[in-house]
Design a protein around this ligand. Structure first.
Ligand code: ADP
Ligand code: MG
Ligand code: MG
Length: 203
């Protein structure tokens, strides 16, 4: 299992990357939403950084649940409860006799299912699920392969770009109808930032 120092570095790198991407996330949300995705995510991950010592003192399942609760309480908007559910469900799955790295796809899949259930959404609706679901597919199909991390990185990067031609049918962007076409989804981008950060610190 992951050592506390490894968990600490991983969470720190991921939070810092999200915070650094806040201006870009805001710009994306200004185009097809209400322009707060960057500030929402920054607020949430600053709260995570503030609890970094407490989070990384826990075993990974409890650490994930703490992150989830923190995000639910601090991010707000549509994305807060969704990201919160992701981490809570992933932590919950890890608590129930799943082990990394063997069950990584299973644990990640529990998080994805929780987002889908809470958001009543699926891939193809121009949301964060359009990154999370393809990443899950790669975790399944490339499990055990030596270049798994590289494959996940490529999948996430390509999946973000594929949200641009989609028309949103969930979230605020859906209010724009066909005018949501031609812009990358902000939540898809933040999911990609998180995935890339975790990959970078595991490489
Ligand atoms: P809000 O839209 O309430 O201002 P944010 O701007 O923080 O919240 O988050 C917007 C992002 O949340 C969208 O770009 C999209 O990726 C994601 N999102 C919104 N609704 C859903 C949903 N039902 N299922 C999955 N993701 C969603
Ligand atoms: Mg918004
Ligand atoms: Mg909002």
């Amino acid at each position: 299992s992951l050592q506390p120092e490894t968990i600490k570095t991983l969470v720190k790198v991921a939070a810092e990357q999200v915070i650094a991407s806040a201006p870009e996330l805001t710009t994306l949300d200004q185009a097809i939403g209400d322009g707060d995705h960057g500030t929402n995510m920054k607020r949430g991950f600053e709260a995570v950084l503030g609890k970094l010592d407490a989070i990384s003192a826990q075993p990974l399942d409890e650490a994930l649940k703490m992150i989830g609760k923190t995000l639910v309480m601090t991010v707000g908007g549509a994305s807060g409860p969704l990201y919160g559910s992701f981490f809570l469900a992933a932590g919950e799955a890890l608590s129930h006799d799943r082990h990394l790295p063997d069950d990584l796809a299973d644990v990640f899949g529990s998080g994805v299912n929780a987002v889908s259930a809470r958001g009543r959404s699926h891939a193809g609706e121009k949301t964060m699920l359009d990154v999370l679901v393809p990443v899950l597919e790669t975790l399944r199909t490339a499990a055990g392969q030596p270049d798994l991390i590289a494959q996940v990185r490529t999948t996430a990067a390509e999946a973000v770009e594929r949200t641009a031609p989609m028309q949103a049918t969930k979230g605020r962007a859906s209010f724009l109808g066909p005018r949501s076409v031609g812009h990358v989804d902000p939540g898809a981008r933040s999911s990609c930032v998180l995935v890339q950060a975790v990959c970078a610190s595991l490489e």
